[in-house]
Design a protein around this ligand. Sequence first.
Ligand SMILES: C[S@@+](CC[C@H](N)C(=O)[O-])C[C@H]1O[C@@H](n2cnc3c(N)ncnc32)[C@H](O)[C@@H]1O
Length: 209
Amino acid sequence: MKDYEALSKKHFDAQAAKYDARDTVYYSREGKISCRDIASQLSGLSYDALLDVGCGTGFLIDLLTKQQKARYVGLDLSTEMIREAEKKAIPGAEFISGTADSLPFPDNCFDIVTCSQSFHHYPYPEKAMAEAFRVLKPGGLYILSDTGLGGIGGWIDNHILFKLARSGDCHTTDRHGIARMMEKTGFSVEDSRQVQGLIYTVTGKKRNG
Ligand SMILES: C[S@@+](CC[C@H](N)C(=O)[O-])C[C@H]1O[C@@H](n2cnc3c(N)ncnc32)[C@H](O)[C@@H]1O
């Protein structure tokens, strides 16, 4: 298999310094839409600890710390994206580099796991989702927002375009595909919505026991 992680790291390390300021496709446009949707879904919800997987420059955690005090951890493959996140000096937030499919946390330690515009970069998506499930407390929420499509368009992306891309884009599906994967992993799907165009958000709850 192509080394999607190495491509993603190279791509985002190179984009990091300009990522927030360039509000366009391939930079932060979709991320900002997804992060704002996730933040609006979390407003009014109380939680103690939240992990943002593929946190990039910390845009989502920055929004959330303004809504609610909690322990916030952001994890990302790109050390340069992490460096940009750290520069923001967000109170109560910690940023670490790592990969979504091997999270350096014990079982059952977060109330919320979020993932914005990152999942389509994961070469082992089932493993990454199982890791989110493992680190969540029973009853915890996994909120995944991404851009993608199913059907023939998704097939063309997955089997042709992404094979040629150098940006680490790896696989796509629509919100129904994500919802099916969540159910298989052990989540109950609580919400699934089309946010804007091809951007969707799906929320799963870790079943108790
Ligand atoms: C499009 S950016 C989104 C950043 C941020 N979540 C946002 O919405 O603005 C995708 C992020 O996923 C990260 N990423 C890609 N593959 C990853 C992996 N396997 N594990 C962790 N992070 C990954 C990239 O480094 C990049 O920062």
